[in-house]
Each structure stands twice: as C-alpha cells, then as structure tokens.
Design a protein around this ligand. Structure first.
Ligand code: NBP
Length: 479
C-alpha cells in the first residue's frame, strides 16, 4: 500500500471514529495504539478500508508521507502547565523518529497551558505542533466534529484540507477555523466545555421545576421535544427529550428516574472557573453549574440533611401550560447569559494573549458537530459579524430584545422556585448577573466605605473628578 496521508495514535473511542472519518474522505490513514491487539482488531474489523496498522511507532512513522501529520488521541489528564501525561509520553517517543517540519496534532482535551509548553518545546526541536480541541463525542468524531485548532497559521494551512473535510458542515461551511496561535484552540475548547456545563445545568433546573409541578416524564419529554422546534432548538434539548422518553426494559420505568443523582466531571469546567478568576471575568452561570455538580456528588450529606433542614411545602399551581412558557423564557434568557459570560472570558483572554480571536467565527463553528450546537448560535454569529467589537452579547439588538421580553417570566420562575424550595442556582445566578450588569448604581459605594473604614483604602466621589481619591476619618470602633 502507498504511504499514508495522515496518522493517528490512540485507538480508543475518539481515535477510532476520527480515523474512520478521515479515511471516508479519501485519505489513507496509518494507525498505532500502545496496546497492539487494539490496532490489530481495529484494522481487521474494517477490511477494504485504506488503513495501515503499525505494530511499532517506528513502523508507524515510516508509513507516513512527509511532512508527516500525526494526531495524538490519548488520555490527557495534565491539570497544570508543567504536569506530564500520556500526551507528553507519546511526544517524547515520537521526537527521535520524526524529521524537521513534521506535524504533531494533539486532539485530546489538553489543558491549554500544557499545549503552549508543548508548542514551544516541539518548535525547539524543529517540529510543528497543533493543539486542537475536538467536540462532538463519538458520533461527532465519526460523522463530523467541531474542531478548534490552535498553533502557527502556516501549520494550520497544511492541515486545513484534512480538517475541513472531516469537520461537520453548516450551510456548507466547515465547523473548523484556525482559532489562533499557541494554546488558543484548546483554550476555546475549554470555554466551550464550560458553556456546555451551563447549558446542561439550566436544562436540569427546568426539568426539576417540572418534576416538582407533577409532570410525568412523558409530559416533560413532550415539552423538550416541542422546545426543540423553536428558539431553544439544540442538541442538548433534543437529547433531553429523547432521554426522558426512554423506558427501562426491566422495570418499565423511566431510565432517567432510575439514575442516581450524582454528577461526574472531568475537569474542564473547573479549569474554566479558575481561568475566569485569574482574569477577573464573571461567569456566574458556569460557576453555578460546576458547583451544582459538586453538591450533587455529595449525596450522602444531602440525604442526611434532607431530614434535618426544613423547606416550604411545594405548590406550583395547576396551569402547566403557563408554567412551561415561563420556564421556557427563563431557560432562554439564562442561556443567553451563559454564552455572554463564556464569550466575555474568551474575549478577555484573547485580548490579553493577543490571539486575535474572532468571536463570530468561533460561534459559527459551534453551530454543528459539537455538544453545544444550537439554533441560536446563528444569532451569536450574526451579532459579532455585525459588530466585531460588541462589548457584551446582551447588548446586541437581537439578544437585548429577547432579554427585555423574557425577563419578567425569568423573575417569576426564579421567585417561584425559591419560594418552593427548588434549587435553581444557574437560573438565579444568571438573573443576578443580568440585574447587576444593568444596574446604573450598585451598592459598591457602601463597600468602598467599609474598605476605607478598616483599611484606609480610599474612594472616589461622584461629585469630584474621577481618579481623585479621598479618605474619611471614620469614628473609632471599640470591641
Ligand atoms: P481515553 O481518554 O480513554 O484514552 C485511551 C487511549 O489512550 C487508549 O488508546 C490508550 O492506549 C491511550 N493511552 C493511555 Br490511557 N496512556 C498512554 C500512554 N502512556 N501512551 C500511549 N497511549 C496511551 O480515550 P478517548 O475517550 O477516545 O479520548 C481521547 C482524547 O479525546 C482524550 O483527551 C479525551 O479527553 C478527548 N475527548 C474525548 C471525548 C469523548 O467523548 N470521549 C470527546 C472529546 C474529546 P491503550 O489502549 O494502550 O490503553
């Protein structure tokens, strides 16, 4: 067989599906997996496909056309810039086998600062590197994911034909662009995951309200299916409807209602929170979503507290149709806030790192292939195409109008849930952000007084020019 156009290391679920995707576009693909039997079984399972299975890395490297294009899809669990994981192990094994200008692509969920370290390290060895976030799970990898590659523009140009052919397409546009240099691709993937956390939690809060209002799972499924035809149309709403419809063959009960209410997480949400704190950007919706997963995982404590700490009697009324409309609006508004916050974080970091990010194009590649794909991403794309320097998504005319129209129902839902003791941390964090952001005057004047009182931190005055600082001789407090 002739030399391969593309090589992939790591034949777990993502790797295998990506290989089949690349091969289906007419490319010959060389494959390698640490455990050789996995490679053998994979190649044997796909007779007639343009696959070259290699038993050693040497054999793998020699089977590739130059400059070699090698994608690593192995477990990535480094949580700091300096942490080493399987990606580093594979890179170290590859370096002595490669030649100048060969390209290594890390397509795993790597921490963006580890990507920056690897980028600099490989450049010092005369090799090229792309850190690419890949979203869409198993199905996306096979049929067309959303890809967020970062690295030198000249390296992207070499990879562009393969990436564009395997990515999902929306209106004929591939869901992949060159995000920016260095760790920009993995950074944007990290925030994408943070937004995904926000979306999922908001949907769960809507479900929880319906459940407390006495909806059956079939009734809830019907609501989500209907929402998927409108403004909220998205992959996550769609799978929520389908999940709620699913019955357990053993008991006939709803599968969702049989699942233990303890959420797992792999870390990208927490990375997003840490990064937001470092950059002083508010992402309260995503924060609430990550914390909701943490609290859910403390199930034993919650079970004990449920018999100790009191809440109100639940009474959500009997007008289910009205409740559905109100929750729809609360979800729509909160979702806008979640994206506004995530994009604000991307914008802030992008400017600090001078990555030259294009938020409109980033939103455009999330329209297909990835987990957060949603109809309203078209509107986000339009918002930034219309105004590339948009300060906050909430101020775009379309989103401003939606928020102004939905805010009353949003408040009613947060109030109703709170009065009934139903936790809605992401709905209420989103509303708190909205109300704080639109407040012409916040109580931070009193906060400044407190700071000046105990620490002589000084303050500015409304009736004096900005930049002039004052201190008051506050009364002494004894005891
Ligand atoms: P896993 O994250 O489960 O990784 C398994 C693969 O890593 C196997 O091929 C394994 O080889 C290989 N591997 C390990 Br573990 N340690 C290795 C080492 N020291 N040297 C060489 N190979 C090693 O696979 P996955 O779920 O397909 O995910 C791959 C990447 O894609 C991860 O970074 C993940 O975060 C990311 N991702 C996953 C999804 C998803 O939906 N699963 C979505 C988006 C991104 P072995 O067979 O010899 O053990």
């Amino acid at each position: 067989m002739s030399l391969a156009d593309f090589g992939l290391i790591g034949l777990a679920v993502m790797g295998q599906n990506l290989v089949l995707n690349v091969e289906s576009r007419g490319f010959t693909v060389a494959v390698f997996n640490r455990t050789t039997s996995v490679t053998d079984e994979f190649v044997a399972k796909h007779p007639g496909k343009k696959l070259i299975g290699a038993k050693t890395l040497e054999e793998f490297v020699q089977s590739l056309k130059r400059p070699r294009k090698i994608q690593i899809m192995v477990k990535s669990n480094a949580v700091g810039a300096a942490d080493r994981d399987a990606v580093d192990a594979v890179i170290e094994q590859l370096i002595p086998l490669l030649e100048p200008d060969d390209i290594i692509i890390d397509g795993g969920n790597s921490f963006y600062l580890a990507t920056e370290r690897r980028d600099a390290y490989l450049a010092s060895k005369g090799l090229r590197f792309i850190g690419a976030g890949v979203s869409g799970g198993e199905e996306g990898a096979r049929k067309g994911p959303s890809i967020m590659p970062g690295g030198p523009a000249s390296t992207w140009e070499v990879m562009k034909p393969i990436f564009e052919s395997i990515a999902a397409k929306v209106d004929g546009e591939p869901c992949v662009i060159h995000i920016g240099p260095g760790g920009a691709g993995h950074y944007v993937k990290m925030i994408h995951n943070g937004i995904e956390y926000g979306d999922m939690q908001l949907i769960c809060e809507a479900y929880n309200i319906f459940k407390h209002a006495g909806f059956t799972t079939d009734e809830m499924a019907a609501v989500f299916n209907q929402w998927n035809e409108g403004d909220l149309q998205s992959y996550l709403i769609q799978i929520t409807g389908k999940a709620l419809e699913q019955k357990d063959p053993e008991t006939g009960k709803s599968v969702v209602e049989l699942i233990v209410d303890k959420a797992g997480q792999k870390g990208t949400g927490q990375w997003t929170l840490l990064n937001a704190a470092e950059n002083a950007v508010v992402i309260s919706t995503i924060n609430a979503a990550v914390e909701a997963r943490i609290l859910s995982s403390q199930r034993q404590q919650r079970l004990a507290a449920s018999t100790e700490l009191q809440g109100p009697a639940v009474s959500l009324g009997s007008d289910k149709a009205a409740l559905v409309q109100k929750v729809h609006d609360a979800l729509y508004a909160s979702k806008i806030i979640s994206y506004a916050q995530g994009l604000d974080l991307i914008k802030t970091t992008g400017e600090k790192k001078q990555w030259g990010l294009d938020l409109g194009r980033i939103a455009a590649i999330w329209r297909g292939g990835c987990i957060i794909r949603a109809r309203f991403l078209n509107r986000i794309t339009d918002a930034y195409r219309g105004n590339p320097t948009l300060v906050n998504l909430m101020l775009d005319p379309f989103f401003k109008d939606v928020l102004n129209k939905t805010q009353q129902h949003w408040r009613e839902v947060v109030s109703l849930a709170t009065l009934n003791g139903i936790p809605v941390p992401a709905f209420s964090a989103s509303l708190g952000y909205y109300d704080s952001y639109r407040a012409a005057r916040l109580p931070a004047n009193l906060l400044q007084a407190q700071r000046d009182f105990f620490g002589a931190h000084t303050y500015e005055r409304l009736d004096k020019p900005a930049g002039e600082f004052f201190h008051t001789d506050w009364p002494e407090v004894i005891g």
